[in-house]
Design a protein around this ligand. Structure first.
Ligand SMILES: Cc1ncc(C[n+]2csc(CCOP(=O)(O)OP(=O)(O)O)c2C)c(N)n1
Ligand SMILES: [Mg+2]
Length: 333
């Protein structure tokens, strides 16, 4: 299957394009805050940041409604925000507060909101696949044309559960979309050291149509997402997208506090931070080139998003910790 490159984003209004840009900016700025906050020890636990991959979640989720489902990874804040998750309660969750979306008991790797179709971030690599296929099966039995999307990494593509998910979703024509975010690293190991062949080719023997895209190109990723979601809604079965991207930050923030060696060249990182590679800067340039934003508008949007992030941090910081008596609430024995 080829990405519909003749189609541009022309059919989206300027307002809509600015909304999409704001969503990417919101993810970026939340993550930047979390980066500095984790270094200050503002909350317990580690954070895995989505910086550099924002175009993938935002473009895919633009085609989904609250009734559709997504499952995510340990790098899940971007998916949560893109799918319409509330930033205040996400921030409070990461800060471990009672007002968090999971009452402060899940933390960064478990931000979830079932009311919004967000089955959650997931600390188990590949764990989201089982959840997404369950939701896809339920969607197909309900016959309400709902769609289920699993976001996973290149490392997760080496988990056996992917083969099981591809097999049964293809056989049963489930409305499932595989989105492999190939960011070139699994923890501290380059993908080429642990992955044979092309990841996207793994779907082919199962008869699943595939799309391989530049995941840092918002337009290309948006088009691929449109095609995959349309197929799923029309009961045509699963689609597999491999989105090439780059993990701009470490595997976890602050990793050099425990790593004794570097594992990638700064030159390589710098190349991906540049205007022609970074997904947010590229989309911003597209909006400039089409006279949708200018310097003044960009500054206003940045100020607006800064306030949203500031408000979420203040909500999190000023919220109480969960009461000790609630420790065993919502637990099943
Ligand atoms: C089943 C399982 N195995 C190993 C780990 C440890 N681990 C956490 S993240 C990670 C790398 C995942 O790489 P990838 O899927 O490419 O996602 P990325 O971090 O690049 O977003 C590993 C091995 C885990 N959490 N779960
Ligand atoms: Mg990876």
């Amino acid at each position: 299957m080829n990405v519909n490159k003749h189609n541009t984003l022309d059919n989206l209004s300027d307002e809509k394009l600015v909304e999409l840009y704001k969503k990417m900016l919101l993810i970026r700025k939340c993550e930047e805050h979390l980066s500095s906050a984790t270094k200050e020890g503002a909350f317990p636990g580690a954070v895995h940041l989505y910086i550099g991959q924002e175009a993938i979640a935002v473009s895919m989720c633009d085609h989904l409604t609250e009734d559709d489902w997504i499952s995510s990874t340990h790098r899940g804040h971007g998916h949560f925000i893109a799918k319409g998750g509330d930033v205040n309660t996400m921030m409070a969750e990461i800060y471990g507060k009672a007002t968090g979306i999971c009452n402060g008991k899940g933390g960064s790797m478990h931000v979830a909101d079932f009311k919004k179709g967000i089955m959650g971030a997931n600390g188990v690599v590949g764990g989201g696949m089982g959840l997404a296929i369950g939701a896809a099966l339920a969607a197909s039995m309900d016959k309400k044309n709902k769609v289920s999307v699993v976001f996973f990494g290149d490392g997760a593509a080496n988990q056996g559960v992917l083969m099981e998910a591809m097999n049964i979703s293809s056989l049963w024509k489930l409305p499932l979309i595989f989105v492999c975010e190939n960011n070139q690293y699994s923890e501290f190991t380059h993908t080429s050291e642990v992955t044979s062949g092309k990841i996207v080719d793994r779907a082919k023997p199962f008869g699943i149509p595939t799309l391989e895209v530049d995941g840092n190109n918002f337009i290309e990723m948006w088009q691929a997402s449109a095609q995959a979601v349309l197929r799923a809604r029309n009961n045509q079965g699963p689609t597999f997208i491999e989105a090439h991207t780059y993990r701009q930050r470490g595997h976890v923030e602050f990793e050099y506090s425990f790593l004794s060696r570097t594992y990638r060249d700064q030159d390589e990182v710098n190349k991906w931070l540049a205007n022609d590679k970074d997904p947010l800067l590229r989309f911003e340039q597209y909006l400039f080139d089409n006279s949708i934003i200018d310097n003044q508008k960009t500054e206003a949007l940045n100020n607006e998003i800064d306030s949203v992030v500031k408000e979420s941090v203040s909500f999190a910081v000023n919220s109480p910790l969960p009461d000790l008596s609630s420790a065993f609430n919502n637990m099943i024995a």
